[in-house]
Design a protein around this ligand. Sequence first.
Ligand code: MTE
Ligand code: MO
Length: 385
Amino acid sequence: DPFSADPDRHPVLHINNMKPFNAEPPPQILTESYVTPNVFFFKRNHLPVPQVDPATYKLHVEIQGPSGSARRGIVSLSLDDLKNKFPKRTVTATLQCAGNRRSDMHNAKPVKGLNWGIGAIGNASWSGASLRDVLLAAGYAPDDALWARHVQFEGLDQDVGGTTYGASIPLRKALSEDGDCLLAYEMNGEELPADHGFPVRVVVPGTVGARNVKWLGKIVVSDVESSSHWQQNDYKGFSPSTDWDTVDYKTAPAIQELPIQSAITVPADGAKVDRSDEELTLKGYAWSGGGREVVRVDVSVDGGKTWRIAKLKGDEAGSPPPGQAWAWKLWELTVPLPADTQQLELVCKAVDSSYNMQPDAVLPIWNLRGVLSNAWHRVKVTIKD
Ligand code: MTE
Ligand code: MO
């Protein structure tokens, strides 16, 4: 069993798949703390968790020449090198799987993929070496910008046939000083846990989970994207009209920055509240990709006819610089219980700094893989008299 060395996991996690391990926390845990504790952070593995010896671990970095010509800047870094030869940076960033909230899309019309609820998202403080610093140390030079376009990552996890996990991001993101990409060896002040990529993962703030490659073995600066299955033939969006007979993965770009998202974590769908409580407190999260800050969350208790503005709670450290809002905002709103009804349909929708808003309905954004599921989140609640 290639999964026999997988680590232990917290029993509260809701398991979507055992081998490979895929699990998410119960929704209300997400809004109990601004930073998601490591044990509760969703785990999304495509392959068995590799066992990596930190003492012999090596990260290979190379700069390819144009169109596969001679490689240069080939360096090999140990874990100690990453820790000691580069300044340690810390970035608080939210990680969201492209399939978060897939179940909402699946319920509207079936899709293929793990049936995630609203918990395939988490917020952590990551520490490590800056990816930019490492690329420059490996010899990346301004002239390389004439041809180089992408930075590819390869994981040390592999299937029985030797296929490894891989992905790539635009070179501009990797090199930008305010892109804040990290080669992280710590998560929330602890050594990176086995499920989250021990000993090193890349953290690409504002970018879909799939590009945040865990158990990082290799980095390649290239003129082309990663040839990995997950870059080429998965994690792409399509029209609602595209089906499994007509889909052509070459026609769509790989998902990088994610769209605006929000969800209600409290109360749970189907919850019953007492009329005598008189009030109801709603909680949730909101986040947008690409460093766009969440500027507002609108909440409705009547299915979207009327709206109130939720109170946003961000990082205590203060507001991030424009374009570098990598972390989510938790939100809260207390409303009086309406007297005239027993059924409430709670809805939330967020707005980011580019005034992007979530779509109201699922079907117009439906796609066969069930990715990018970010329609208004709806929760039904009954009031007991
Ligand atoms: N990296 C490797 N090496 N193998 C993987 O299976 N899964 C990706 C990404 N990086 C994956 C990976 C996907 S799809 C997501 S959403 C995130 O890791 C999940 O990160 P987490 O398990 O730390 O929450
Ligand atoms: Mo993912």
